[in-house]
Ligand binder design. Sequence first.
Ligand SMILES: *[C@@H]1O[C@H](CO)[C@@H](O)[C@H](O)[C@H]1NC(C)=O
Ligand SMILES: *[C@@H]1O[C@H](CO)[C@@H](O)[C@H](O)[C@H]1NC(C)=O
Ligand SMILES: *[C@@H]1O[C@H](CO)[C@@H](O)[C@H](O)[C@H]1NC(C)=O
Ligand SMILES: *[C@@H]1O[C@H](CO)[C@@H](O)[C@H](O)[C@H]1NC(C)=O
Ligand SMILES: *[C@@H]1O[C@H](CO)[C@@H](O)[C@H](O)[C@H]1NC(C)=O
Ligand SMILES: *[C@@H]1O[C@H](CO)[C@@H](O)[C@H](O)[C@H]1NC(C)=O
Ligand SMILES: *[C@@H]1O[C@H](CO)[C@@H](O)[C@H](O)[C@H]1NC(C)=O
Ligand SMILES: *[C@@H]1O[C@H](CO)[C@@H](O)[C@H](O)[C@H]1NC(C)=O
Length: 911
Amino acid sequence: MDLKLRPSFFTSFFVFIILLKNPDFASAATSPRCISTEREALLTFKQSLTDLSGRLSSWSGPDCCKWNGILCDAQTSRVIKIDLRNPSQVANSDEYKRSCLRGKIHSSLTRLKFLSYLDLSSNDFNGSEIPDSIGHIVTLRYLNLSSSSFSGEIPASLGNLSKLESLDLYAESFSDSGAFALRASNLGWLSGLSSSLAYLNMGYVNLSGAGETWLQDLSRLSKLKELRLFNSQLKNLPLSLSSSANLKLLEVLDLSENSLSSPIPNWLFGLTSLRKLFLRWDFLQGSIPSGFKNLKLLETLDLSNNLGLQGEIPSVLGDLPQLKYLDLSANELNGQIHGFLDAFSRNKGNSLVFLDLSSNKLAGTLPESLGALRNLQILDLSSNSFTGSVPSSIGNMASLKKLDLSFNTMNGAIAESLGKLGELEDLNLMANTWEGVMGKSHFVNLRSLKSIRLTTEPNRSLVLKLPSTWIPPFRLELIQIENCQIGPSFPMWLQVQTKLNFVTLRNTGIADTIPDSWFSGISSEVTYLILANNRIKGRLPQKLVFPKLNTIDLSSNNFDGPFPLWSTNATELRLYENNFSGSLPLNIDVLMPRMEKIYLFHNSFTGTIPSSLCEVSGLQILSLRNNHFSGSFPKCWHRSFMLWGIDASENNISGEIPESLGVLRSLSVLLLNQNALEGEIPESLQNCSGLTNIDLGGNKLTGKLPSWLRNLSSLFMLRLQSNSFTGQIPDDLCSVPNLHILDLSGNKISGPIPKCISNLTAIAHGTSFEVFQNLVYIVTRAREYQDIVNSINLSGNNITGEFPAEILGLSYLRILNLSRNSMAGSIPGKISELSRLETLDLSRNRFSGAIPQSLGAISSLQRLNLSFNKLEGSIPKVLKFEDPSIYIGNELLCGKPLPKKCPRDINSRLL
Ligand SMILES: *[C@@H]1O[C@H](CO)[C@@H](O)[C@H](O)[C@H]1NC(C)=O
Ligand SMILES: *[C@@H]1O[C@H](CO)[C@@H](O)[C@H](O)[C@H]1NC(C)=O
Ligand SMILES: *[C@@H]1O[C@H](CO)[C@@H](O)[C@H](O)[C@H]1NC(C)=O
Ligand SMILES: *[C@@H]1O[C@H](CO)[C@@H](O)[C@H](O)[C@H]1NC(C)=O
Ligand SMILES: *[C@@H]1O[C@H](CO)[C@@H](O)[C@H](O)[C@H]1NC(C)=O
Ligand SMILES: *[C@@H]1O[C@H](CO)[C@@H](O)[C@H](O)[C@H]1NC(C)=O
Ligand SMILES: *[C@@H]1O[C@H](CO)[C@@H](O)[C@H](O)[C@H]1NC(C)=O
Ligand SMILES: *[C@@H]1O[C@H](CO)[C@@H](O)[C@H](O)[C@H]1NC(C)=O
């Protein structure tokens, strides 16, 4: 046998090699099997296609049965199958697009008299219509034209395909040329397929014109097993179905993503062969009917995202013996889940694998019967109103891989038996109000755990009391623990987690040092490193590379030592509220080139602010407040077009405000207060027309108040206090329409308050300023900016003239301070028009005349100071202030609370 086989083996091997090298030679050697009229028909078909990737390059030899995608009948050599489905599986990939056939479908296909299978799916026919001629290939049993960018009306001729068993017209399009809409305004033609069609997919086909009878038309398909009308723009779901309807074999029904907005109809429960029912995103209303009990074969039920299904979950769902997958998420279901879960637990052989009840209004405690779901792998109960504790039966759910109880109001303890779930990979218990202690037994067998999220409210006490040397069986990829006590030590179970790609340990009471080896261990994978609000101490390891890091937040700890020389493409760095010291690296642009937000405030950094920050071109926020930076502020701004927030206040920065800041067209918040800056405000700043907040107070700035301020139409806060500005208040200032806070106090400004001050429309009309306030908060993260109110402070200058009546138009003003100036004249009688005033300080001027009675009508007034003026007469009784110091220094003033009594006549005249 062996000896005889060998030569023949070699012969065929030889032929095979020749075949490989020269297919034409091979075909020439054997006579063509393909019928020549069919070959011609196929070539004509090919010629009208565009085939960029050369998929049809084999379509040239004489034997068309050997062509790619063609199958002939073995006996008759007739072409029976054409499969030109896009070979690339990833829709929209470059590979997919290149492999798309384009062009026209030629009617020559009708000449293939035995064709039973035609698949032209996932190509790109660029919005052309499905040719009528396809309906003439009456031998077809399988037709797949899905995702091929056809548009227009589906030809009624398809109704001629009386042998068709499978029709896939799913119309989601991946064409670059745009979205195309395939529609069917009449489904009457389906009746021609009524005794053959088993599979029909018209997903994404616009059926909104198909009338009220669409269901009637479909229900004639007596062989139908699978019907998919996903996103088909159906508007009405008939509530009844005629008795002649013939869908008894239907196993799969998908009507998802239509706008049905009706109750769940009862005719569904006559479809007793149903195994899978998808009705998600349909806006269905009403309750879930108990008729589901008839669907004994149901395996999958998806009623998710209807947003409006109400009432309790009927317990009959728990009786369905085959149910594997149940998704009722994102509805308005309410009540408890006891009845429904008890039913499952009675149904011992329950097969449920997936249960999602998230985003409903379910309440009550989690019943012990939960533990009966022994095959359950995914349990999502998040975003409901469940209360109480995690039941101890949880430990029986031996198949559980994902447990999500997040965003509830669970306020009890977490059962120890959790620690038995050896398959558990993803544990999400965040955003509840947990209490109690979690110990080693909660985690002891969680060998598959990859992700844990556990957060509670700041005022709750959940303690993780794990032995400090315990080595856990899991290696986490994600950890998020907030407001739970882990510390004071940085325990061994955390130290061994070096596969982490996401770390949040916020407010966990850790007051330890963290070993360098932990940082270097996670450095290659970690994307978020958030250790904020602990008391972690010690130095950070210096040179590390973090290739995947996105955000570093080590804020509000006790870290000390130098700035970490970490090489990273992270975009956010928060080191604020620590004890870091030393200077910033000169090559910060090389180490952290992608930084967008740098927060270093409240540390002890020294040295100059490195100029290389100008090279960090995506920089948006630079927050350096309250350090010991000295030298001049970088002058090199030329490319930071995204920079919108600078806070370098409370440092020791000297020199002039750099001219080049004017290049920063996005600049919105500029806080340089409490430094040693000198010179004038550079005119170039007028280019930053989006400035909302300027604080240059507490410097040594000189010159006049700039007139170009009027160009800053978004300016909300202007603080120039405690400098040496001179000259008058320019009229231009009145033209800043959005100004809510003006502080010019402690300068050398002279002249009167301009009468145009009433043009400060934001204060006159009380427009809201939360947006601007938020901008300062984002930059400074300082709560004090959240208490900002409309205010004008001109105190400590040399302002002359009278109290301008125009100020009375600023009726939303809450603080007015004109103290320590040289103003004179009387206080206007109509002062009560400032009806929201809380603080009024006019002390140390030369105001004269009587204190107006109407001051007493300002019910919001809490602080008043009129001391050291030339006011006279009796203090109005309506003023309830008891502190005499607010009136002293006015020689001619009398009455309570001053010790000086008024002469009788004055008193009675004023009362
Ligand atoms: C039609 O083709 C697509 C791929 O283009 C495939 O996903 C789908 O399952 C096919 N339809 C049928 C009914 O075989
Ligand atoms: C698709 O059709 C549009 C208009 O019918 C045409 O402008 C465009 O060139 C076509 N694209 C391709 C790739 O054939
Ligand atoms: C095919 O269908 C069309 C439209 O329904 C009809 O006009 C035509 O007569 C049919 N042809 C055959 C061969 O049945
Ligand atoms: C669907 O078809 C109807 C008419 O049949 C039309 O009014 C509607 O705009 C179409 N929808 C889309 C998204 O094209
Ligand atoms: C915890 O604080 C939140 C708000 O911070 C409050 O609503 C809640 O009542 C507090 N709970 C307890 C128990 O103090
Ligand atoms: C940052 O990105 C650049 C360019 O994508 C890359 O060359 C560099 O290695 C990255 N840096 C780090 C620390 O991963
Ligand atoms: C103040 O507003 C009035 C009326 O809108 C306008 O005529 C006047 O020019 C404004 N004054 C200044 C200085 O902008
Ligand atoms: C205040 O201004 C007045 C008038 O312009 C001037 O006489 C006086 O000297 C100034 N006082 C101070 C302290 O600058």
